[in-house]
Write a new protein. Structure first.
Lengths: 113, 116
């Protein structure tokens, strides 16, 4: 079945540690996105990529980094510079056009130890 | 910048009844798209319905329909014949149609509880 997978489902980070969240899609979508969800808030855009080897900052990119080496994969690294990383992280993908609907993965819950 | 407002943090409805969730947005753009997403306890975001701003006809998907009032910048979701499986957070989202990027702006959500 076509879809978006995220791993792990839960992730624990120690102080000063970088952690990487995985996002893979087999929908043949060019565009991929990372969102952060905090309690009582909607989703906020961290980074997005419209094509391989290209990505742009979203509204809250500080403390995060991404790469897009393959069409199917868009990993997100939460660096030690992100001082409040505890949140639910959602990956999405879409066709590369301005009317495209975004479809979401199941999410990763990141907790700081 | 676009903003999306959902003024109802929580709502409750009895099974088989109808409920309407409110959403307003602010934009100076003329071409855009509006969405309702559902987030059940599993936390997976699921697309419920989509509306193109250039279409006057309100979108419908089975028991879900919208009331899109472009001049008032209002986009409410009506759920008919509510079912227990409709219990979830519902997010209204706005997407501006510029360039090739489809960037979504979300509201803060409405928690819907369907009761027996």
């Amino acid at each position: 079945d076509g879809g978006i997978t995220q791993s792990p489902k839960y992730l624990f980070r120690k102080e000063g540690q970088n952690v990487t969240l995985s996002c893979e899609q087999n929908l043949n979508h060019d565009a991929m996105y990372w969102y952060r969800q905090d309690p009582g808030q909607g989703l906020r855009l961290i980074y997005y990529s419209q094509i391989v080897n290209d990505f742009q900052k979203g509204d809250i990119a500080e403390g995060y980094s991404v790469s897009r080496e393959k069409k199917e994969s868009f990993p997100l690294t939460v660096t030690s510079a992100q001082k409040n990383p505890t949140a639910f992280y959602l990956c999405a993908s879409s066709r590369r056009d301005r009317s495209a609907t975004q479809y979401f993965g199941p999410g990763t819950r990141l907790l700081v130890l | 910048a676009q903003t999306v407002t959902q003024s109802q943090p929580e709502m409750s409805v009895q099974e088989a009844e109808t409920v309407t969730l409110s959403c307003t947005y602010d934009t100076s753009e003329n071409n855009y798209y509006l969405f309702w997403y559902k987030q059940p306890p599993s936390r997976q975001m699921i697309l419920v319905i989509r509306q193109e701003a250039y279409k006057q006809q309100n979108a419908t998907e089975n028991r879900f329909s919208v009331n899109f009032q472009k001049a008032a910048k209002s986009f409410s979701l009506k759920i008919s014949d509510s079912q227990l499986g409709d219990t979830a957070m519902y997010f209204c989202a706005f997407m501006m149609s510029t360039g090739t990027a489809s960037k979504l702006t979300f509201g803060t959500g409405t928690r819907l509880q369907v009761t027996l």
